[in-house]
Design a protein around this ligand. Structure first.
Ligand code: FAD
Length: 531
């Protein structure tokens, strides 16, 4: 029997660890990886009533899932490629996510500046089709706007040859906050999700079928044997490492492509509309998206040799983004204006392994099952995380001959759900928890720890008590977004954050010192070196 948690809302990592520390436990589904994909799989499994455990080697969303362009989108780009099925799938998911997490997903207008009559026709018609494909889940009508209105919407836009713009709607969100809320939703619905637990090996029965995994607690070094009926590998760019644990001869399933973003002050792009450049000088799509009072500009697409949890932006990627931004922005940003630079890695499908039975559920994501029944899911995007989870568990049920249980995630409210969000409230992303945090803040005379980023002591306490934050980086990178919004400012407040965390986690001065050192080293990598 899998124990139910006594109080799901206050389940700490220690409570969860104590509960799983029983040899006779048999989980229905063990999910490896706490990014968008793994969280989607675990949530779907939980919603069907399966006893589910998700483990993450680092923090939730430490990998690609905290490094996206922050869009919940149907994918205008796929429309240009004629992939209507994929656009339809993503548009539906966009609509469902807006409904289920209205505190995190915002309806965002985008403007595409138009410089030729051909593009005027192409993008106006194309985006009308985009609206039509979304059906009742559309976020608003696309329209052609005049030259004057385009110049008002994107102040500083290059006016030479400008004919007007196409305005359309997509979603914009906070990726790692959604991940944190998904963890809370999983736990609230009876599942388990634990960070800083790494799979180091797979367990097999006498028939060589997978029946669990060896998991190491990264904090204590202690190892656990976890027994499960189904094991799902949802480790993003690391899927091949887990596939090799199953079969040392497993062939490569993915290639890794890096995407970089720069974060700038809003003064460089003082607009509430996002900018979409469908074809930059080298044929890429580039976005400038208003986010937490800053602007995120990106991204790139560069094949890299190795997967890493801390990928580094390449000089040529930074130069390309800055150069392109300079063509469109009111004030031309310099390297010294970049508040933070972050890189993420896409797992792209590599040529298939002939020894594995592969099923392509859709062009957006892939499911592979090995002969020993290790389930692997890769590709896709944040926007479709829910559908990926549903497809994966449908597949597990079929492959293992389990009676079909209905998923409920299409209408399941995500933790923090709240209507009528005030987007200008700096604490808006806590949703239904906002008032609880504000109540605590009212009880103190304390100032913000960071006035410019609006980070308060109570948010740090909250992250430790309710959001499984274990390190200064967890708080500054993923519970708040300080690292991405202004890396220098985040370094400045790291010592205070470490002190507050130490009190909550019962850690000593040595821990504080080490945390500050480690965080400073990491955050320095998000600051551009001056030429
Ligand atoms: C630059 C860029 C921009 C993007 N922008 C968007 C966007 O705007 N909108 C959108 O919808 N999508 C976007 N995407 C796509 C989206 O971000 C990804 O599809 C998604 O985040 C991938 O999630 P994942 O869970 O598969 O991988 P990850 O988030 O990388 O998660 C995998 C996790 O597995 C863990 N793990 C690995 N090995 C082990 C182990 N042995 N034991 C335990 N855990 C392990 C890792 O630590 C990691 O946290 C973007 C992607 C990139 C690269």
């Amino acid at each position: 029997m899998i124990p139910s948690l006594p109080n799901k809302h206050t389940a700490t990592r220690d409570t969860l660890l104590k509960q799983i520390d029983q040899k006779q436990l048999l989980w229905d589904v063990l999910v490896i990886g706490g990014g968008a994909t793994g969280l989607g799989v675990a949530l779907d499994a939980v919603s069907r009533g399966y006893k589910t455990l998700l483990i993450e080697q680092s923090d939730f969303a430490k990998g690609t899932s905290s490094r996206s362009t922050k869009l919940v989108h149907g994918g205008v780009r796929y429309l240009a490629q004629g992939d209507f099925g994929l656009v339809r799938e993503a548009s539906v998911e966009r609509g469902l996510l807006c409904r289920n997490a209205p505190h995190l997903v915002k309806n965002q207008t985008f403007v595409i500046p138009i410089y030729s009559y051909w593009n005027m026709l192409k993008y106006t018609m194309g985006l009308k089709m985009y609206d039509w494909i979304s059906g009742s889940l559309t976020l608003g009508d696309s329209i052609f706007i005049s030259r004057k209105k385009t110049m008002q919407s994107i102040p500083g836009i290059n006016a030479k040859g400008l004919l007007g713009g196409v305005l359309y709607h997509d979603g914009q969100f906070d990726d790692s906050r959604l991940a944190v809320n998904l963890v809370q939703t999983i736990i609230e619905n009876g599942g388990y999700a634990i960070n800083y637990m790494k799979v180091t090996g797979l367990l097999k029965d006498d028939d060589r079928k997978i029946n669990g995994a060896v998991v190491e607690n990264i904090e204590s070094g202690r190892k656990y044997k976890i027994n499960a009926k189904a094991v799902v590998n949802a480790t993003g760019v690391f899927v091949d490492a887990i596939l090799k644990m199953d079969n040392v001869a497993a062939k490569k399933t993915i290639c890794v492509s890096q995407g970089v973003h720069l974060v700038l002050d809003k003064k460089f792009y003082p607009s509430d509309h996002a900018l979409m450049i469908p074809k930059t000088s080298d044929g890429r799509v580039l976005f400038a998206v208003p986010w937490h009072n800053k602007v995120v500009v990106g991204t790139t697409d560069t094949l890299v040799d190795e997967a890493s949890l801390e990928p580094q932006a390449l000089e040529k990627e930074v130069a390309f983004i800055l150069e392109t931004a300079c063509n469109y922005f009111t004030e031309k940003p310099k390297r010294s204006d970049v508040l933070s630079v972050f890189a993420g890695l896409r797992p792209l499908a590599a040529p298939q392994n002939g020894e594995q039975k592969t099923k392509e559920i859709s062009r957006s994501h892939k499911i592979i099952v090995s002969t020993s029944k290790l389930f692997t899911i890769l590709g896709g995007k944040w926007t479709t995380y829910r559908k990926m989870g549903e497809d994966m568990i449908n597949y597990v049920e079929k492959e293992l001959n389990w009676p079909h249980q209905k998923t409920t995630t299409a209408s399941l409210h995500i933790y923090g759900y709240s209507d009528g969000v005030n987007w200008s409230d700096p604490l808006y992303f806590y949703g239904s928890d906002t008032s609880k945090i504000r109540e605590r803040m009212n009880g103190t005379a304390e100032e913000w720890i960071s006035d410019s980023l609006k980070i308060h002591e109570m948010q740090v306490q909250w992250a430790v008590e309710h959001e499984m934050a274990r390190t200064v980086e967890d708080v500054l990178s993923r519970r708040t977004r300080a690292l991405l919004l202004n890396a220098r400012e985040s370094i400045r407040i790291a010592p205070v954050v470490a002190q507050i965390m130490a009190a909550g986690l019962k850690k000593n001065g040595e821990w504080v010192k080490q945390q500050v050192e480690e965080y400073t080293k990491l955050a320095n990598q998000y600051i551009l070196k001056q030429n």
